[in-house]
Design a protein around this ligand. Structure first.
Ligand code: GLA
Length: 737
């Protein structure tokens, strides 16, 4: 790994064993992109990717008639001086001009990586893990300095980028766009993969071929959203799971975003990612800076699965922080689907007690424990216990749950307020609301104005009291509506374009303060399920509730899609009651567990209500999970058969030392006299013998090349009645004597 500057040619080469990222100073002084892809010789000076020669209608500088920005690949392009593609930033100057031109000025290279101010970001555990390049570019007229940051990592094929924009002049300038990166590529032979959906069906992978023009996904909801995840893949058209080139872009941010690609009519591709410029206006007074969030660029030339594995490793090691980093997660029992808000202490303790009997480790009390919260019309904002339900407070209940031998956690939704709450009655001006307009509701609630420090302070103070008083090990931090009427009451007109971003900064600051005050608490993020599932939130909450859709069949698709951009350790997945609350579909308890175990695992039902036979199975499931959770949460994941393509889907996890693997096969619909499916495994040691399900002994190579056959003389699977069944195979490498 390293960063080389070829002084004479003014070229930078960032590399590790798997990738190279090359840039150079263009003839007019702007920073240009030269090459990004598989590792090339770091002594290579690159000339061919910057096209020379001006075509008709292209514009050029008087000083160099042979060079035009329009045909160049640029690192942080402006609009207004010859490049007609979408710019990475825009600055409105006092005289009304938006023309800018950033010229390379200087750079520095150092070991390690600096933190971003108030923003989540990747970090180094030791300085030798990464090298950072800072490039200072200046617009002499607008007196704006832009620093572009690039960090290349030793262990992962990953480059992290962000930018910082400073007003170095005397007059105010206004940023109307400040994306985190532009990545120009020299051809357009790529497909675009996005991860889309809505409530209950988040992150379905959708692929399309890029043709001329722009392709864009975005969020303007104030959170990253279930509709479009801030993670995209740009891949070669023939790239599949196990071969071909792919580039991943994870935005380390939880608010409004845009991810865009623009194929131009000269055959080049521009990729952009950053904070959504719609409704964004950030004034910079003399000396002030704006720092963009970070983008993680990952690279693979051996398929999508390898790309995902790099992202998983990188996030587990360089994004997740705190006590639960690389640590198996507690098996929990959550009361939401069992009781919703209709509970008292006795009911809760009865559920918790049965959980303990089954072997769970953590009990989570969901929504409804605070204020006047008996339905979703009241209570949000009042973070003090409802003593009608819990006479001895959260503290008393936590103690009783602890006495059962379980850890205790609670649900909060700190960014919201109900009209019927003490907080709203006292501070109606603390919600986001535009003057003289309706205050749109979502789930009967309004969004607190987290761009205001006093609001965040108030919520912190309230939560601090609850968290400090009771023995709380876990917090489920929910967020159940999108932002509308985004206006900060009482704030000046000129700062209203800052509110969306300031809101997210407020969320991050509350997380940071709570994490600092309570470092042992495990935070789980949630937003009506998976509506704020992004690399930014992962920096604070090491796991996130994947979806409110707990139907196991649906979950295969959701979790499969999620796995492209996020590690299994992040995926909140629980076994819930059957028939399922969201779909009415009945699935056997074993099959429900076979999907939930590819995640943090837990139960979302009243175990008192299930049959004795199911309860016996639950105990076995928990035993199984305790034995294999490290593998299931941190092993190498291989996606084998996609649930979006076939009736049978499959994936597997392999331990880092290849000694143990778990293979899960899921079948959707049963048909009579069905055909035989062969599933070729991955990631095993080809020369080792594996015992499969304590029965067969097979070499890793035959398991990978020949595969396992479903059904394989396996009566149970073959004759199993009904739909939505599954099968888990346990593979253990034989110890050589
Ligand atoms: C959201 C969450 C659920 C549950 C409810 C409680 O919908 O996604 O898991 O916590 O809120 O109101």
């Amino acid at each position: 790994m390293g960063i080389i500057f070829h002084e004479k040619e003014k070229q930078f080469h960032l590399f590790n064993s798997q990738l190279s990222y090359c840039m150079g100073v263009c003839p007019d002084g702007e920073l240009g992109q030269l090459y990004f892809g598989r590792k090339i010789n770091e002594n290579q000076k690159i000339t061919y990717t910057q096209t020379k020669g001006v075509r008709p209608l292209c514009c050029n500088l008087k000083e160099d008639e042979n060079y035009t920005k329009e045909l160049s690949m640029l690192e942080y392009p402006a609009f207004g001086n010859g490049d007609f593609r979408t710019p990475a930033y825009e600055i409105k100057q006092k005289n009304g001009s938006r023309v800018t031109n950033l010229i390379y000025k200087s750079h520095s290279i150092y070991n390690g990586k600096k933190p971003l101010n108030g923003l989540p970001a990747s970090y180094t555990n030791t300085d030798d893990e990464a090298t950072t390049l800072e490039i200072l570019c200046v617009d002499e007229v607008a007196k704006v300095e832009v620093t572009l940051f690039y960090t290349v990592w030793e262990k992962y094929p990953v480059i992290c980028r962000h930018a910082s924009i400073k007003n170095a002049g005397d007059e105010e300038v206004v940023l109307t766009k400040a994306l985190s990166l532009c990545l120009d590529l020299p051809d357009v032979e790529y497909n675009w993969m996005q991860f889309e959906g809505t409530w209950g069906r988040e992150r379905y992978p959708v692929e399309r071929s890029l043709s001329n023009g722009t392709t864009q996904i975005e969020s303007m909801r104030g959170h990253s959203s279930a509709n479009y995840n801030p993670f995209v893949i740009v891949k070669r058209k023939n790239t599949d799971e196990f071969m071909g080139e792919a580039i991943g872009l994870n935005f380390v941010y939880s608010g409004n975003f845009v991810a865009q690609s623009e194929a131009d009519t000269y055959g080049k591709l521009r990729i952009l990612m950053g904070i959504n410029p719609r409704w964004f206006e950030w004034p910079l007074a003399k000396g002030e800076s704006f720092e963009t969030p970070e983008v993680i660029i990952s690279y693979s030339n051996s398929g999508l699965n390898a790309l995902s594995q790099s992202i998983h490793g990188f996030m587990n090691n360089n994004i997740v922080r705190g006590k639960y980093k690389n640590t198996p997660r507690p098996i929990l029992l959550n009361n939401w689907e069992a009781t919703e808000m209709d509970f008292d202490e006795e009911k809760i303790l009865k559920i918790a007690k049965k959980g303990k009997e089954a072997g769970v480790e953590l009990f989570v009390l969901d929504d409804g424990w605070f204020g006047k919260r008996n339905d979703d019309y009241a209570g949000l904002g009042d973070w003090f216990v409802n003593t009608k339900k819990l006479p001895e407070g959260v503290k008393g209940l936590a103690k009783k749950v602890n006495d059962l031998g379980l850890k205790f956690g609670i649900w909060i939704e700190p960014e919201m307020v109900n009209e019927d709450s003490d907080l709203y009655r006292a501070h109606p001006d603390w919600v986001l609301a535009a003057p003289d307009r309706v205050r749109s509701l979502g789930r009967h609630q309004m969004v607190l104005d987290f761009s205001k420090k006093e609001v965040v302070d108030n919520i912190f103070d309230q939560l601090y009291v609850v968290f400090a008083d009771a023995n709380i090990s876990y917090i489920k931090w929910d967020m159940n509506r999108s932002i509308t009427e985004c206006y900060s009451q009482g704030a000046a007109a000129g700062v209203q374009g800052m509110v969306y971003h300031r809101y997210i900064l407020g969320v991050y600051s509350l997380y940071e303060r709570l994490i600092k005050a309570f470092p042992d608490i495990l935070f789980e993020s949630c937003a009506s399920g998976g509506s704020r599932f992004d690399a930014g939130i992962l920096y604070y909450a090491p796991q996130a509730w994947c979806s409110d859709d707990t139907d196991a069949h649906e979950r295969i698709k959701i979790q499969y899609g999620t796995s492209y951009g996020y590690p299994l350790s992040m995926v909140g997945a629980h076994v819930s009651a059957s028939p399922n609350l969201q779909t009415g579909r009945a699935i056997a308890i074993g099959d429900r567990a076979n999907i939930a175990c590819f995640g943090t695992f837990g139960y979302e039902l009243d175990l008192n209500e299930i049959s004795e036979a199911d309860f016996v199975e639950v105990k076995e499931q928990i035993k199984f999970m305790k034995e294999y959770r490290e593998l299931l949460q941190y092993g190498d994941l291989y996606r084998l058969e996609s649930p979006f393509e076939k009736n049978i889907s499959a994936w597997m996890v392999v331990s880092k030392d290849k000694s143990t693997a778990l293979v899960a096969v899921y079948k959707n619909l049963k048909s009579p006299n069905e055909g035989i499916v062969r599933i070729r495994l991955k990631g095993l040691d080809p020369d080792a013998v594996y015992t499969v399900d304590e029965k067969k002994e097979l070499y890793g190579d035959i398991l990978m090349e020949g595969g396992i056959q479903v059904p394989d003389g396996d009566k149970e699977w073959f004759f199993a009645d009904g739909d939505f069944t599954s099968r888990m195979y346990i593979l253990k490498k034989n110890v050589t004597k």
